[in-house]
Design a protein around this ligand. Structure first.
Ligand code: GDG
Length: 478
Protein backbone atom coordinates (compact mmCIF):
# COMPACT_ATOMS: atom_id res chain seq x y z
CA UNK A 1 0.00 0.00 0.00
CA UNK A 2 1.15 3.54 -0.76
CA UNK A 3 1.78 5.68 2.31
CA UNK A 4 -1.56 7.20 3.32
CA UNK A 5 -2.06 10.94 2.87
CA UNK A 6 -3.92 11.31 6.10
CA UNK A 7 -2.71 9.53 9.22
CA UNK A 8 -4.78 8.82 12.30
CA UNK A 9 -4.13 9.15 16.01
CA UNK A 10 -6.38 6.19 16.82
CA UNK A 11 -6.33 3.13 14.61
CA UNK A 12 -8.52 0.11 15.31
CA UNK A 13 -7.42 -3.14 13.71
CA UNK A 14 -10.00 -5.93 13.67
CA UNK A 15 -10.67 -8.93 11.47
CA UNK A 16 -13.85 -7.39 10.03
CA UNK A 17 -14.82 -3.89 9.07
CA UNK A 18 -17.88 -2.76 11.04
CA UNK A 19 -20.02 -2.77 7.86
CA UNK A 20 -21.39 -5.28 5.34
CA UNK A 21 -21.60 -4.69 1.60
CA UNK A 22 -25.14 -4.47 0.26
CA UNK A 23 -25.91 -4.44 -3.48
CA UNK A 24 -29.37 -3.49 -4.76
CA UNK A 25 -31.09 -4.72 -7.95
CA UNK A 26 -29.57 -1.90 -10.02
CA UNK A 27 -26.08 -2.88 -8.87
CA UNK A 28 -25.62 0.10 -6.51
CA UNK A 29 -23.33 -0.74 -3.62
CA UNK A 30 -23.87 0.58 -0.10
CA UNK A 31 -22.66 -0.47 3.33
CA UNK A 32 -24.79 -1.39 6.34
CA UNK A 33 -23.67 -1.90 9.93
CA UNK A 34 -22.88 -5.56 10.55
CA UNK A 35 -24.13 -7.49 13.61
CA UNK A 36 -21.72 -9.10 16.09
CA UNK A 37 -20.14 -8.56 19.46
CA UNK A 38 -17.12 -6.48 18.48
CA UNK A 39 -19.00 -4.15 16.18
CA UNK A 40 -21.71 -3.53 18.74
CA UNK A 41 -19.03 -2.79 21.31
CA UNK A 42 -16.72 -0.53 19.31
CA UNK A 43 -19.18 1.54 17.29
CA UNK A 44 -19.95 4.18 19.88
CA UNK A 45 -16.26 4.56 20.77
CA UNK A 46 -15.13 5.20 17.20
CA UNK A 47 -17.89 7.68 16.38
CA UNK A 48 -16.55 10.03 19.08
CA UNK A 49 -12.99 10.04 17.77
CA UNK A 50 -11.40 10.82 14.41
CA UNK A 51 -10.26 7.26 14.03
CA UNK A 52 -9.52 4.76 11.32
CA UNK A 53 -10.70 1.15 11.30
CA UNK A 54 -8.75 -1.50 9.41
CA UNK A 55 -10.51 -4.76 8.59
CA UNK A 56 -11.63 -7.23 5.97
CA UNK A 57 -14.79 -6.37 4.03
CA UNK A 58 -16.22 -9.90 4.22
CA UNK A 59 -15.90 -10.63 0.48
CA UNK A 60 -13.02 -12.45 -1.25
CA UNK A 61 -10.78 -10.66 -3.72
CA UNK A 62 -9.97 -7.03 -4.25
CA UNK A 63 -10.76 -4.67 -1.41
CA UNK A 64 -12.96 -1.60 -1.93
CA UNK A 65 -11.21 1.78 -1.87
CA UNK A 66 -10.98 3.35 1.62
CA UNK A 67 -14.16 5.25 2.51
CA UNK A 68 -15.70 7.21 5.37
CA UNK A 69 -18.84 5.97 7.11
CA UNK A 70 -20.50 7.00 10.37
CA UNK A 71 -17.62 9.31 11.29
CA UNK A 72 -15.00 6.58 10.82
CA UNK A 73 -12.37 6.14 8.14
CA UNK A 74 -12.73 2.56 6.95
CA UNK A 75 -9.78 0.87 5.33
CA UNK A 76 -10.39 -2.59 3.86
CA UNK A 77 -7.68 -5.26 3.77
CA UNK A 78 -8.09 -7.70 0.84
CA UNK A 79 -8.26 -11.46 1.47
CA UNK A 80 -8.16 -14.02 -1.34
CA UNK A 81 -10.37 -17.12 -1.24
CA UNK A 82 -7.32 -19.19 -0.15
CA UNK A 83 -6.53 -16.76 2.64
CA UNK A 84 -10.12 -16.85 3.86
CA UNK A 85 -9.90 -20.65 3.99
CA UNK A 86 -6.51 -20.77 5.72
CA UNK A 87 -6.40 -17.70 7.95
CA UNK A 88 -10.07 -17.24 8.80
CA UNK A 89 -12.00 -20.50 8.47
CA UNK A 90 -8.97 -22.67 9.19
CA UNK A 91 -6.56 -21.28 11.75
CA UNK A 92 -8.91 -18.74 13.38
CA UNK A 93 -12.12 -20.74 13.49
CA UNK A 94 -11.00 -24.39 13.43
CA UNK A 95 -7.79 -24.12 15.46
CA UNK A 96 -7.88 -21.13 17.80
CA UNK A 97 -11.64 -20.80 18.48
CA UNK A 98 -12.11 -24.36 19.79
CA UNK A 99 -8.72 -24.36 21.58
CA UNK A 100 -9.56 -21.12 23.40
CA UNK A 101 -13.07 -22.39 24.28
CA UNK A 102 -12.01 -25.38 26.36
CA UNK A 103 -11.74 -27.72 23.32
CA UNK A 104 -15.54 -28.19 23.24
CA UNK A 105 -14.83 -29.58 19.76
CA UNK A 106 -11.32 -30.82 18.92
CA UNK A 107 -9.06 -28.10 17.45
CA UNK A 108 -7.42 -29.00 14.13
CA UNK A 109 -3.78 -28.16 13.54
CA UNK A 110 -2.73 -27.60 9.92
CA UNK A 111 0.62 -26.02 8.96
CA UNK A 112 -0.84 -24.47 5.83
CA UNK A 113 -3.46 -22.67 7.96
CA UNK A 114 -0.80 -21.13 10.19
CA UNK A 115 1.15 -19.94 7.15
CA UNK A 116 -2.00 -18.19 5.90
CA UNK A 117 -2.57 -16.71 9.37
CA UNK A 118 0.99 -15.37 9.44
CA UNK A 119 0.69 -13.79 5.98
CA UNK A 120 -2.64 -12.14 6.69
CA UNK A 121 -1.45 -10.83 10.07
CA UNK A 122 1.55 -9.28 8.28
CA UNK A 123 -0.79 -7.51 5.85
CA UNK A 124 -2.90 -6.08 8.68
CA UNK A 125 0.25 -4.94 10.51
CA UNK A 126 1.49 -3.18 7.37
CA UNK A 127 -1.85 -1.41 6.88
CA UNK A 128 -1.76 -0.21 10.50
CA UNK A 129 1.86 0.96 10.10
CA UNK A 130 0.84 2.97 7.01
CA UNK A 131 -2.21 4.64 8.58
CA UNK A 132 -0.96 5.43 12.10
CA UNK A 133 0.19 8.99 12.80
CA UNK A 134 3.51 9.42 14.64
CA UNK A 135 3.04 8.25 18.25
CA UNK A 136 -0.52 7.06 17.46
CA UNK A 137 -2.51 4.57 19.50
CA UNK A 138 -3.22 1.32 17.68
CA UNK A 139 -5.83 -0.98 19.18
CA UNK A 140 -5.72 -4.51 17.78
CA UNK A 141 -8.66 -6.83 18.39
CA UNK A 142 -9.07 -10.49 18.97
CA UNK A 143 -7.74 -13.94 18.29
CA UNK A 144 -7.53 -13.59 14.50
CA UNK A 145 -4.73 -11.00 14.85
CA UNK A 146 -2.44 -12.19 17.63
CA UNK A 147 0.76 -11.78 15.58
CA UNK A 148 0.00 -8.16 14.64
CA UNK A 149 1.37 -6.50 17.82
CA UNK A 150 4.95 -7.77 17.32
CA UNK A 151 4.85 -7.26 13.55
CA UNK A 152 3.64 -3.69 14.02
CA UNK A 153 6.23 -2.93 16.68
CA UNK A 154 8.90 -4.03 14.24
CA UNK A 155 7.53 -1.64 11.58
CA UNK A 156 6.55 1.24 13.86
CA UNK A 157 8.32 1.25 17.25
CA UNK A 158 6.91 4.75 17.93
CA UNK A 159 3.24 3.74 18.31
CA UNK A 160 1.38 2.59 21.43
CA UNK A 161 -0.02 -0.88 20.83
CA UNK A 162 -2.96 -2.42 22.68
CA UNK A 163 -4.61 -5.77 22.03
CA UNK A 164 -7.93 -6.95 23.40
CA UNK A 165 -9.00 -10.58 23.59
CA UNK A 166 -12.77 -10.90 23.11
CA UNK A 167 -12.76 -14.62 23.80
CA UNK A 168 -11.38 -16.62 26.74
CA UNK A 169 -7.64 -17.22 27.08
CA UNK A 170 -7.08 -20.91 27.80
CA UNK A 171 -5.18 -22.54 30.62
CA UNK A 172 -1.52 -23.39 30.00
CA UNK A 173 -2.39 -27.11 29.79
CA UNK A 174 -4.67 -26.50 26.78
CA UNK A 175 -2.63 -23.71 25.18
CA UNK A 176 0.43 -25.97 25.23
CA UNK A 177 -1.21 -28.10 22.52
CA UNK A 178 -0.74 -25.34 19.95
CA UNK A 179 2.24 -26.18 17.73
CA UNK A 180 2.80 -22.43 17.13
CA UNK A 181 2.44 -21.43 20.77
CA UNK A 182 5.77 -19.58 20.88
CA UNK A 183 4.97 -17.49 17.81
CA UNK A 184 1.57 -16.57 19.22
CA UNK A 185 2.92 -15.51 22.64
CA UNK A 186 5.77 -13.57 21.07
CA UNK A 187 3.27 -11.94 18.69
CA UNK A 188 1.13 -10.76 21.60
CA UNK A 189 4.12 -9.56 23.59
CA UNK A 190 4.72 -6.92 20.92
CA UNK A 191 1.88 -4.97 22.58
CA UNK A 192 2.23 -2.51 25.47
CA UNK A 193 -1.08 -3.58 26.98
CA UNK A 194 -3.03 -6.83 26.64
CA UNK A 195 -6.68 -6.70 27.70
CA UNK A 196 -8.76 -9.73 28.65
CA UNK A 197 -12.41 -10.20 29.61
CA UNK A 198 -11.72 -11.73 33.03
CA UNK A 199 -8.90 -11.66 35.50
CA UNK A 200 -8.63 -15.45 35.08
CA UNK A 201 -7.88 -14.99 31.35
CA UNK A 202 -5.10 -12.49 32.09
CA UNK A 203 -3.69 -14.87 34.70
CA UNK A 204 -3.77 -17.75 32.20
CA UNK A 205 -1.77 -15.61 29.79
CA UNK A 206 0.81 -14.67 32.41
CA UNK A 207 1.17 -18.31 33.40
CA UNK A 208 1.69 -19.29 29.75
CA UNK A 209 4.51 -16.68 29.51
CA UNK A 210 6.17 -18.09 32.64
CA UNK A 211 5.78 -21.78 31.96
CA UNK A 212 6.19 -21.99 28.20
CA UNK A 213 8.65 -19.16 27.54
CA UNK A 214 10.38 -18.96 30.92
CA UNK A 215 9.67 -15.21 31.18
CA UNK A 216 9.43 -13.48 34.50
CA UNK A 217 6.08 -12.03 35.56
CA UNK A 218 5.19 -9.76 38.43
CA UNK A 219 1.64 -8.74 39.31
CA UNK A 220 -0.04 -7.79 36.01
CA UNK A 221 3.21 -7.51 34.09
CA UNK A 222 5.63 -9.63 32.11
CA UNK A 223 9.18 -8.57 31.36
CA UNK A 224 10.30 -9.12 27.77
CA UNK A 225 14.05 -9.08 27.01
CA UNK A 226 14.94 -7.06 23.88
CA UNK A 227 17.65 -7.90 21.32
CA UNK A 228 19.79 -4.94 22.50
CA UNK A 229 19.69 -6.05 26.14
CA UNK A 230 16.97 -3.51 26.95
CA UNK A 231 13.82 -4.79 28.61
CA UNK A 232 10.20 -3.99 27.90
CA UNK A 233 7.35 -4.40 30.33
CA UNK A 234 4.03 -5.64 28.94
CA UNK A 235 0.88 -5.37 31.04
CA UNK A 236 -1.89 -7.99 30.97
CA UNK A 237 -5.11 -7.13 32.81
CA UNK A 238 -8.88 -7.58 32.81
CA UNK A 239 -11.17 -5.07 31.07
CA UNK A 240 -14.63 -6.67 30.97
CA UNK A 241 -16.38 -5.45 27.83
CA UNK A 242 -19.86 -3.99 27.90
CA UNK A 243 -22.58 -2.48 25.69
CA UNK A 244 -23.95 0.94 24.76
CA UNK A 245 -26.45 0.71 27.62
CA UNK A 246 -28.06 4.15 27.32
CA UNK A 247 -28.51 3.85 23.53
CA UNK A 248 -30.10 0.43 23.84
CA UNK A 249 -32.36 1.40 26.72
CA UNK A 250 -33.52 4.43 24.76
CA UNK A 251 -34.44 2.12 21.88
CA UNK A 252 -36.28 -0.30 24.19
CA UNK A 253 -38.30 2.58 25.64
CA UNK A 254 -39.63 3.76 22.26
CA UNK A 255 -43.38 3.21 21.81
CA UNK A 256 -42.66 1.26 18.58
CA UNK A 257 -40.48 -1.31 20.35
CA UNK A 258 -42.91 -1.66 23.27
CA UNK A 259 -45.79 -2.12 20.85
CA UNK A 260 -43.79 -4.70 18.92
CA UNK A 261 -43.04 -6.62 22.14
CA UNK A 262 -46.79 -6.87 22.83
CA UNK A 263 -47.39 -7.95 19.25
CA UNK A 264 -44.73 -10.68 19.57
CA UNK A 265 -46.46 -12.09 22.65
CA UNK A 266 -49.78 -11.94 20.85
CA UNK A 267 -48.32 -13.72 17.80
CA UNK A 268 -46.98 -16.41 20.13
CA UNK A 269 -50.55 -17.04 21.35
CA UNK A 270 -50.39 -14.84 24.48
CA UNK A 271 -48.62 -17.52 26.52
CA UNK A 272 -48.28 -17.16 30.28
CA UNK A 273 -44.49 -17.50 30.04
CA UNK A 274 -42.10 -16.82 27.16
CA UNK A 275 -38.57 -18.22 27.30
CA UNK A 276 -35.96 -16.77 24.94
CA UNK A 277 -32.53 -17.72 23.61
CA UNK A 278 -30.53 -15.42 21.29
CA UNK A 279 -27.16 -16.62 20.03
CA UNK A 280 -24.95 -16.94 17.03
CA UNK A 281 -25.42 -20.58 16.04
CA UNK A 282 -22.16 -21.63 17.73
CA UNK A 283 -21.27 -24.76 19.72
CA UNK A 284 -19.86 -22.63 22.54
CA UNK A 285 -23.27 -21.13 23.30
CA UNK A 286 -24.80 -24.25 24.90
CA UNK A 287 -27.86 -24.23 22.64
CA UNK A 288 -28.09 -28.04 22.61
CA UNK A 289 -27.89 -28.23 26.41
CA UNK A 290 -30.63 -25.59 26.71
CA UNK A 291 -32.89 -27.42 24.23
CA UNK A 292 -32.30 -30.72 26.00
CA UNK A 293 -33.31 -29.23 29.36
CA UNK A 294 -36.39 -27.63 27.82
CA UNK A 295 -37.38 -30.82 25.99
CA UNK A 296 -37.09 -32.79 29.26
CA UNK A 297 -39.26 -30.23 31.04
CA UNK A 298 -41.86 -30.81 28.31
CA UNK A 299 -41.50 -34.60 28.65
CA UNK A 300 -41.85 -34.33 32.45
CA UNK A 301 -45.09 -32.41 31.91
CA UNK A 302 -43.72 -29.46 33.89
CA UNK A 303 -44.02 -27.11 30.89
CA UNK A 304 -46.40 -27.27 27.95
CA UNK A 305 -47.34 -25.06 25.01
CA UNK A 306 -49.37 -22.90 24.58
CA UNK A 307 -48.96 -21.97 28.29
CA UNK A 308 -45.16 -21.74 27.92
CA UNK A 309 -43.17 -21.33 24.69
CA UNK A 310 -39.50 -21.07 23.86
CA UNK A 311 -38.25 -18.70 21.15
CA UNK A 312 -34.76 -19.55 19.94
CA UNK A 313 -33.05 -17.05 17.65
CA UNK A 314 -29.97 -18.71 16.15
CA UNK A 315 -28.14 -16.22 13.95
CA UNK A 316 -26.37 -17.95 11.04
CA UNK A 317 -22.62 -18.16 11.65
CA UNK A 318 -19.50 -19.72 10.04
CA UNK A 319 -21.71 -21.79 7.79
CA UNK A 320 -18.83 -23.42 5.87
CA UNK A 321 -17.12 -24.88 8.95
CA UNK A 322 -17.98 -28.57 9.56
CA UNK A 323 -18.64 -28.28 13.30
CA UNK A 324 -21.19 -25.52 12.61
CA UNK A 325 -22.93 -27.52 9.88
CA UNK A 326 -23.21 -30.46 12.30
CA UNK A 327 -24.46 -28.25 15.12
CA UNK A 328 -27.17 -26.80 12.90
CA UNK A 329 -28.35 -30.31 12.02
CA UNK A 330 -28.42 -31.38 15.67
CA UNK A 331 -30.32 -28.27 16.76
CA UNK A 332 -32.84 -28.57 13.96
CA UNK A 333 -33.45 -32.28 14.64
CA UNK A 334 -34.11 -31.46 18.32
CA UNK A 335 -36.44 -28.57 17.48
CA UNK A 336 -38.33 -30.74 14.98
CA UNK A 337 -38.67 -33.57 17.49
CA UNK A 338 -39.87 -31.31 20.30
CA UNK A 339 -42.41 -29.67 18.02
CA UNK A 340 -43.55 -33.04 16.68
CA UNK A 341 -43.97 -34.49 20.16
CA UNK A 342 -45.31 -31.51 22.08
CA UNK A 343 -46.58 -28.87 19.64
CA UNK A 344 -50.20 -28.36 18.69
CA UNK A 345 -51.72 -26.89 15.57
CA UNK A 346 -50.82 -23.21 15.63
CA UNK A 347 -48.73 -23.54 18.78
CA UNK A 348 -45.31 -25.13 18.46
CA UNK A 349 -43.23 -25.81 21.58
CA UNK A 350 -40.18 -24.04 20.12
CA UNK A 351 -40.22 -21.09 17.72
CA UNK A 352 -36.88 -21.45 15.97
CA UNK A 353 -35.53 -18.56 13.86
CA UNK A 354 -32.32 -19.20 11.92
CA UNK A 355 -32.11 -15.56 10.80
CA UNK A 356 -30.62 -12.18 11.62
CA UNK A 357 -32.88 -9.48 13.00
CA UNK A 358 -32.65 -5.72 13.28
CA UNK A 359 -31.73 -4.06 16.56
CA UNK A 360 -35.32 -2.94 17.27
CA UNK A 361 -36.64 -6.46 16.80
CA UNK A 362 -33.98 -7.77 19.19
CA UNK A 363 -34.96 -5.18 21.80
CA UNK A 364 -38.64 -6.12 21.36
CA UNK A 365 -37.83 -9.82 21.78
CA UNK A 366 -35.90 -9.08 25.00
CA UNK A 367 -38.87 -7.05 26.30
CA UNK A 368 -41.28 -9.84 25.41
CA UNK A 369 -39.34 -12.57 27.25
CA UNK A 370 -40.15 -13.61 30.83
CA UNK A 371 -37.00 -15.71 31.09
CA UNK A 372 -33.83 -15.23 29.05
CA UNK A 373 -31.68 -18.35 28.68
CA UNK A 374 -27.94 -17.66 28.29
CA UNK A 375 -26.27 -21.04 28.72
CA UNK A 376 -22.82 -21.06 27.06
CA UNK A 377 -20.32 -23.80 27.83
CA UNK A 378 -17.65 -21.10 27.57
CA UNK A 379 -18.00 -17.46 26.50
CA UNK A 380 -15.56 -14.55 26.77
CA UNK A 381 -18.25 -12.18 28.02
CA UNK A 382 -21.69 -12.62 26.38
CA UNK A 383 -23.24 -9.31 25.42
CA UNK A 384 -26.72 -10.79 25.00
CA UNK A 385 -27.04 -11.14 28.79
CA UNK A 386 -26.13 -7.46 29.24
CA UNK A 387 -28.49 -6.41 26.45
CA UNK A 388 -31.38 -8.29 28.03
CA UNK A 389 -31.11 -6.62 31.43
CA UNK A 390 -30.56 -3.23 29.78
CA UNK A 391 -33.80 -3.53 27.80
CA UNK A 392 -35.76 -4.43 30.94
CA UNK A 393 -36.37 -0.86 32.10
CA UNK A 394 -39.66 -2.25 33.49
CA UNK A 395 -37.54 -4.40 35.87
CA UNK A 396 -39.48 -7.41 34.59
CA UNK A 397 -38.06 -10.69 33.36
CA UNK A 398 -35.42 -13.05 34.72
CA UNK A 399 -31.98 -14.01 33.46
CA UNK A 400 -30.68 -17.59 33.56
CA UNK A 401 -26.91 -17.26 33.07
CA UNK A 402 -24.16 -19.83 32.72
CA UNK A 403 -21.32 -19.63 35.21
CA UNK A 404 -18.94 -20.14 32.26
CA UNK A 405 -19.56 -16.70 30.76
CA UNK A 406 -17.49 -13.61 31.54
CA UNK A 407 -20.80 -11.87 32.20
CA UNK A 408 -21.44 -14.07 35.25
CA UNK A 409 -18.58 -12.25 37.01
CA UNK A 410 -20.64 -9.04 36.99
CA UNK A 411 -24.24 -10.28 36.72
CA UNK A 412 -24.05 -12.44 39.82
CA UNK A 413 -27.71 -11.70 40.69
CA UNK A 414 -28.82 -13.77 37.68
CA UNK A 415 -30.12 -17.31 38.13
CA UNK A 416 -26.72 -18.89 37.70
CA UNK A 417 -26.60 -22.30 36.02
CA UNK A 418 -24.08 -24.97 35.05
CA UNK A 419 -25.19 -26.03 31.56
CA UNK A 420 -23.45 -29.42 31.61
CA UNK A 421 -25.68 -30.40 34.54
CA UNK A 422 -29.00 -30.88 32.72
CA UNK A 423 -30.86 -31.70 35.96
CA UNK A 424 -29.49 -28.54 37.56
CA UNK A 425 -30.29 -26.47 34.48
CA UNK A 426 -33.90 -27.70 34.56
CA UNK A 427 -34.16 -26.72 38.23
CA UNK A 428 -32.68 -23.28 37.55
CA UNK A 429 -35.11 -22.66 34.66
CA UNK A 430 -38.01 -23.60 36.95
CA UNK A 431 -36.64 -21.41 39.72
CA UNK A 432 -36.52 -18.45 37.32
CA UNK A 433 -40.04 -19.16 36.01
CA UNK A 434 -41.52 -19.51 39.50
CA UNK A 435 -39.53 -16.84 41.38
CA UNK A 436 -41.33 -14.29 43.50
CA UNK A 437 -41.86 -11.13 41.37
CA UNK A 438 -40.31 -8.93 44.08
CA UNK A 439 -37.18 -11.10 44.17
CA UNK A 440 -36.94 -10.95 40.37
CA UNK A 441 -37.30 -7.16 40.38
CA UNK A 442 -34.56 -6.79 43.01
CA UNK A 443 -32.22 -8.97 40.98
CA UNK A 444 -33.01 -7.12 37.75
CA UNK A 445 -32.50 -3.71 39.37
CA UNK A 446 -29.11 -4.71 40.69
CA UNK A 447 -27.94 -6.19 37.37
CA UNK A 448 -29.16 -3.15 35.44
CA UNK A 449 -27.13 -0.91 37.72
CA UNK A 450 -23.99 -2.97 37.09
CA UNK A 451 -24.33 -2.69 33.31
CA UNK A 452 -25.15 1.02 33.41
CA UNK A 453 -22.11 1.72 35.58
CA UNK A 454 -19.72 -0.20 33.32
CA UNK A 455 -20.94 0.54 29.81
CA UNK A 456 -18.94 0.24 26.61
CA UNK A 457 -17.63 3.80 26.79
CA UNK A 458 -16.21 3.20 30.21
CA UNK A 459 -14.68 -0.04 28.99
CA UNK A 460 -12.99 1.66 26.03
CA UNK A 461 -11.91 4.67 28.07
CA UNK A 462 -10.41 2.41 30.73
CA UNK A 463 -8.47 0.44 28.16
CA UNK A 464 -7.27 3.46 26.17
CA UNK A 465 -6.39 5.34 29.33
CA UNK A 466 -4.38 2.41 30.67
CA UNK A 467 -2.62 2.15 27.31
CA UNK A 468 -1.95 5.84 26.94
CA UNK A 469 -2.89 8.12 29.85
CA UNK A 470 -3.39 11.14 27.56
CA UNK A 471 -6.23 9.26 25.75
CA UNK A 472 -9.78 8.87 27.05
CA UNK A 473 -11.28 9.92 30.37
CA UNK A 474 -9.25 8.93 33.38
CA UNK A 475 -11.55 6.24 34.73
CA UNK A 476 -8.61 4.02 35.67
CA UNK A 477 -8.05 0.36 35.10
CA UNK A 478 -10.88 -1.81 36.41
C1 GDG B 1 -17.58 -12.32 20.94
C2 GDG B 1 -17.30 -13.23 22.15
C3 GDG B 1 -17.95 -11.35 23.66
C4 GDG B 1 -26.69 -11.56 17.44
N1 GDG B 1 -27.62 -11.89 16.54
C5 GDG B 1 -28.09 -10.73 16.04
C6 GDG B 1 -27.43 -9.67 16.65
N2 GDG B 1 -26.57 -10.22 17.50
C7 GDG B 1 -25.70 -9.43 18.39
C8 GDG B 1 -26.15 -9.52 19.83
C9 GDG B 1 -24.85 -9.19 20.55
C10 GDG B 1 -23.81 -9.80 19.62
O1 GDG B 1 -24.41 -9.96 18.35
C11 GDG B 1 -23.35 -11.16 20.10
O2 GDG B 1 -22.44 -10.92 21.12
P1 GDG B 1 -22.03 -12.06 22.15
O3 GDG B 1 -21.23 -11.40 23.21
O4 GDG B 1 -23.25 -12.70 22.68
O5 GDG B 1 -21.23 -13.15 21.34
P2 GDG B 1 -20.10 -13.29 20.15
O6 GDG B 1 -20.65 -12.93 18.83
O7 GDG B 1 -19.62 -14.69 20.28
O8 GDG B 1 -18.94 -12.23 20.53
C12 GDG B 1 -18.18 -12.83 23.33
C13 GDG B 1 -18.08 -10.49 22.43
O9 GDG B 1 -17.25 -10.96 21.36
C14 GDG B 1 -17.66 -9.04 22.73
O10 GDG B 1 -16.39 -9.00 23.28
O11 GDG B 1 -18.94 -10.96 24.61
O12 GDG B 1 -17.86 -13.61 24.46
O13 GDG B 1 -17.52 -14.60 21.81
O14 GDG B 1 -24.63 -7.82 20.59
O15 GDG B 1 -27.19 -8.62 20.06
N3 GDG B 1 -27.69 -8.38 16.42
C15 GDG B 1 -28.64 -8.11 15.48
N4 GDG B 1 -29.31 -9.10 14.82
C16 GDG B 1 -29.06 -10.41 15.07
O16 GDG B 1 -29.70 -11.29 14.48
N5 GDG B 1 -28.94 -6.83 15.21
Amino acid sequence: MAVAEHRYDLVVVANRLPVDRVQDNEGNVSWSKSPGGLVTAMESVMIDRDGAWIGWSGDPGEAPEPFDENGMHLHAVPLSQDEIENHYEGFSNETLWPLYHDVIVPPRYRRRWFEGYHEVNQRFAQAAADLAAPGATVWVHDYQLQLVPAMLRELRPDVQIGWFDHIPFPSVELFAQLPWRRQVIEGLLGADLLGFQRRADAENFLRVCRQLLGLSTRGHTVTVPGADGAERVVRAAAFPISIDASGLEELARTPEVQERAKQIRHDLGDPRQVLLGVDRLDYTKGIRHRLKAYEELLTDGVLAPPDTVLVQVATPSRERVTAYIELREQVEVTVGRANGDFGQLGSPAIHYLHQSHGRSEMAALYLAADVMLVTPLRDGMNLVAKEYVTCRFDEGGALVLSEFTGAAGELDRAFICTPHDIGGLKRTIREALDADPRDKRRRMRSMRRRVRENDVRRWADSFLCALNPSEGRATGEP
